[in-house]
Design a binder for this molecule. Structure first.
Ligand code: HEC
Length: 153
């Protein structure tokens, strides 16, 4: 057997083997008791946009795409999701200190305004996560309303 063939066989074996190493998943499909809607105004128009564009990485309600079953793609996505949730989790927003809530709302307006979020690789695969200028403005205005509503609640 040629060396190239041996290397190919080893690669195929590795590729098959890693399919069994699957990252843990979590999607409880529920609105948690610490959901952002419990502590700030969160109208349906905003929820729909955030759900489509942000929830997969920033909530406990991740919808896993079919290709997340293919490793190492699934590992890559799991990394984004973990890092995303660590930075901002809409399902845990109510647990944050008031200070952190204000900071996060501010950060949301910034990343949306600058077009940094959702991540480009995500927009490539999710058409309805691409926000129009009107949708961006709606979300940015909402962060201001939400900020005001926090200080009341
Ligand atoms: C594909 C996964 C993914 C999606 C979808 C996504 N994010 Fe993120 N987000 C991340 C990751 C990973 C980080 C942390 C690393 C970084 O900052 O690039 C992050 C960081 C952030 C931060 C920074 C937190 C801080 O305190 O500085 C904010 C705010 C944020 N995202 C908001 C959003 C919003 C709003 C949306 C939807 C419009 C969104 N993200 C969509 C993965 C995602």
């Amino acid at each position: 057997m040629s060396l190239a063939k041996k290397i190919l066989i080893v690669l195929v074996i590795i590729l098959v083997a890693i399919q069994f190493i699957r990252p843990a998943r979590s999607n409880n499909n529920q609105v948690s008791g610490t959901d952002i809607s419990k502590v700030a105004v969160f109208p349906d128009s905003v929820r729909v946009l955030i759900k489509n564009a942000c929830y997969d990485c920033h909530s406990d309600n991740t919808v896993y795409p079919w290709y997340s079953n293919i490793q190492p793609v699934g590992w890559l996505l799991a990394g984004h999701i973990k890092e995303g949730r660590d930075n901002l989790n809409f399902s845990e927003f109510g647990e944050y200190s008031k200070r952190k809530q204000l900071d996060k709302l501010d950060a949301i307006a910034t990343v949306i305004g600058d077009g940094i979020m959702p991540l480009p690789s995500y927009k490539m695969m999710h058409k309805n996560a691409r926000l129009s200028t009107d949708e961006k403005n709606l979300l940015i205005n909402w962060t201001k309303q939400a900020t005001d509503s926090l200080s009341v609640k």
